[in-house]
Design a protein around this ligand. Structure first.
Ligand code: ATP
Ligand code: MG
Length: 679
């Protein structure tokens, strides 16, 4: 008899789930390549559940995906299926090796630190910290003094990151992606050398290092074999968005691909800008030839026919051909809406009106989402939602964790963990009134030279202008307490500074309490810092706060962060040229094509209702040289006239029904009245 959970799958999905059988632990390599909403993630969850139901050890399964949220969702699905099949089932936590590539890498590096020449107390820099450190190095080498036009810290980091992740020589990266920086090749090389030594001296790893160091330890054949032996099954979702380093790690982990399952969709590859390469998924069959098995799925279970037809039209016009023709049986008479509006504010009003209307009609806020190209594009919508008291959560914007006060406290925790972390140290020390970069630098130099940082802190001469505030800081930094009480201690120290630095200290205090609650969910400070630095939990707007679990709220998300998800009703902001594609004509063909796939990803998130906004007056940020300016936007080039038949096109402007109409003409005679004064 067949297990109930298998009956719900279609034939191809079932083949993928049962691939390799259950008796033999190491199945041949498997690739599931299929279009949006065809059940790839669902098939992956069923495959894991199927393995567990048949006796696989959950600790010997490595499950990787692109975000912490996606990993949590995946393990929850596995839990549901096994529960259904076995009665008790596996708790999601049983899958101890489920997470993002970066988080798994961080854990492996930390656990094996002594064996691989790392200090286990290393701290992790997020992108912003990395840019700050890059900046310190830029200035340290005097690069900005000799040439005012030297690339910004962000550009330097982007170049560096690309070289590392694409495993590409610097000269090639510059020529292909940053031609305007090519003349600084020698300086950049020097800079990246200095940046790398600074990280080593400060015992810091950045995001890229987590993969780079992981890949590096895998070059040791014994280590690679040992690590590969830890897992019987390695399964990866969204494989189209992995980069060369990640592919290499996999190849060294499972050289013959035994036990390896990857799923993805080449039409949804949207991370080439971060050096992901669609070649990984396309070359999978030949990399593991002839054992590799390929399963394709073509039935979409997510969207209605009109939505799928519009999305298929958009991706069908791509210069690259994707060999998938999705079909669905979900009938609907409702085409996607394409709404032209005068301004972004009108767009925000229109969306909030519709969202509330649909909520009245029974669609919870949680089943609706608003997507956008760039996190900063939701500003007007956030204001309108706040004004009208609609709770919302924002993904991909990192508002909560980007805010200065949260960063201050996190820097404090990092500095406690690792007193050699200069970026964290700079941030913390300069919170003291009277301490500037110079004084902070002197303290950090002293710490770097001393073998015992705690002792050095307690005995050093405090910066002269901060003598009175110094003891409290030293106490907060050196007192050893249990986790998470130590965060409470740091918060108490920070509290008076909060009042001094910020006018709206109260709201920020609430955020920090939230942070403490989040922290309580982590077993150790390291786990907390690692996860928060790598993949922050859903960040919210300051105004809305984090809603309670049972509360209903609207989702706001960048398209990138919406990957893999679905909602009944989806809105896309700014379907205009200059936003999608983001560049007004200066992008390369490859970059423009990636934007088309991005639009495809956005459209295929919708189950029942899809609405695209086209605000005519759109604020476009162009290359710095031209400055920001308003331009009259055009509907995105990815929806040309010939595709309009797939949409229900309309225009909308705020109604005037609330305005009081003027009195009928002739009711008042001012001329007569004025005259009457003198009669
Ligand atoms: P994406 O490319 O966006 O990541 P996907 O291919 O991973 O999509 P899923 O998210 O796994 O697709 O599935 C899309 C929807 O289809 C989900 O709601 C899922 O529950 C449903 N679904 C998948 N397979 C089936 C099936 N055999 N029967 C009914 N519903 C299904
Ligand atoms: Mg998926």
């Amino acid at each position: 008899m067949q297990a109930g959970y298998l009956e719900k799958l279609n034939d191809r999905q079932r083949q993928a789930v049962e691939h390799g059988g259950t008796g033999e632990t190491m199945a041949p390599p498997l690739l599931v390549i299929a279009g949006a909403g065809s059940g790839k993630t669902s098939t992956l969850a069923h495959r894991v559940a199927h393995l567990l139901v048949n006796g696989a050890d959950p600790r010997r399964i490595l499950l990787m995906t692109f975000s912490r949220r996606a990993a949590a969702e995946l393990t929850r699905r596995v839990e549901r299926i096994t529960k259904e099949a076995m009665g008790t089932g596996y708790a999601a936590e049983a899958l101890t090796w489920a997470g993002t590539f970066h988080a798994i890498g961080a854990r492996l590096l930390r656990e094996n630190a002594p064996a691989i020449g790392l200090d286990p107390d290393f701290s992790i820099h997020d992108r912003e910290d990395s840019a700050d450190l890059m900046n310190l190095c830029r200035h340290g080498l005097g690069l900005t003094e000799t040439d005012q036009r030297f690339p910004t810290k962000g550009t330097c980091l982007a170049i560096y990151s690309r070289v590392v992740n694409a495993e590409e020589p610097l000269a090639e990266t510059l020529a292909r992606h940053f031609p305007w920086c090519a003349r600084w090749e020698a300086e950049l090389k020097r800079l990246f050398g200095a940046y790398t030594s600074a990280k080593r001296e400060q015992n810091v790893l950045d995001y890229d290092d987590l993969l780079l160091a992981w890949a590096q330890v895998m070059t040791d054949a014994d280590f690679a074999a040992w690590l590969g032996g830890m897992w019987d099954h390695v399964l990866i979702d969204e494989y189209q968005d992995t980069n060369r380093l990640q592919a290499r790690i996999l190849l060294t982990l499972k050289p013959e691909g035994r036990g390896l399952t990857v799923v993805g969709d080449d039409a949804q590859s949207i991370y080439a800008f971060r050096a992901a390469t669609v070649r990984n998924i396309l070359d999978f069959p030949s990399a593991f030839s002839p054992q590799a098995r390929v399963v394709t799925l073509d039935r979409n279970y997510r969207s209605t026919k009109p939505i799928l037809a519009a999305a298929n039209a958009v991706i069908g016009a791509a210069s690259e051909r994707f060999a998938k023709n999705l079909w669905t049986e979900r009938e609907s008479a409702e085409k996607p809406r394409l709404v032209t509006l005068a301004t972004e504010m009108d767009q925000a009003r229109f969306i909030v009106d519709r969202v509330l209307e649909d909520r009245e009609a029974g669609t919870r806020l949680m089943d609706q989402a608003v997507l956008f190209r760039t996190a900063s594009h939701s500003g007007q919508l956030e204001v309108e939602l706040t004004r009208r008291n609609v709770p919302f959560v924002k993904f991909g914007g990192l508002k909560f964790l980007d805010s200065a006060h949260v960063k201050d406290l996190l820097a404090m925790m990092r500095f406690i963990q690792n007193p050699r972390d200069r970026v964290a140290g700079f941030r913390v020390l300069q919170l003291l009134p009277g301490v500037g970069p110079k004084a902070a630098g002197r303290v950090l130099d002293a710490l770097a030279l001393s073998p015992d940082a705690t002792f050095a802190l307690e005995t050093m001469e405090p910066p002269s202008r901060a003598a009175s505030d110094w003891p409290a800081l030293v106490k907060a930094l050196t007192t050893r307490t249990e986790w998470p009480a130590s965060l409470g201690l740091a918060r108490a120290w920070y509290d008076p500074h909060l009042d001094r630095i910020h006018e709206d200290a109260e709201a920020r205090r609430a955020d920090l309490l939230q942070l403490e609650q989040i922290a309580a969910g982590y077993p150790t400070r390291e786990a907390f810092l690692t996860e928060l630095t790598l993949d922050p939990p859903s960040a919210t707007s300051d105004q809305a706060g984090i809603p309670h679990q049972d509360e209903d709220y609207l989702i706001l998300s960048t398209i990138h962060s919406a990957k893999g998800q679905e909602w009944k009703s989806v809105y896309l902001l700014n379907a205009v040229d200059g936003c999608i594609p983001s560049d007004l004509g200066t992008g390369t063909t490859e970059e423009i094509e990636e934007e088309r796939r991005l639009l495809y990803v956005a459209m295929t998130r919708a189950k029942d209702r899809l609405t695209l906004g086209v605000p005519l007056r759109f604020y476009v940020t162009q290359q710095k040289r031209n400055g920001d300016r308003h331009v009259y936007a055009m509907r995105t080039r990815f929806i040309p006239k010939s595709m309009l038949e797939h949409f229900d096109c309309c225009t909308w402007s705020p109604s005037r029904e609330n305005a009081v109409p003027p009195p009928a003409p002739g009711r008042i005679d001012v001329a007569r009245g004025l005259q009457a004064l003198w009669e």
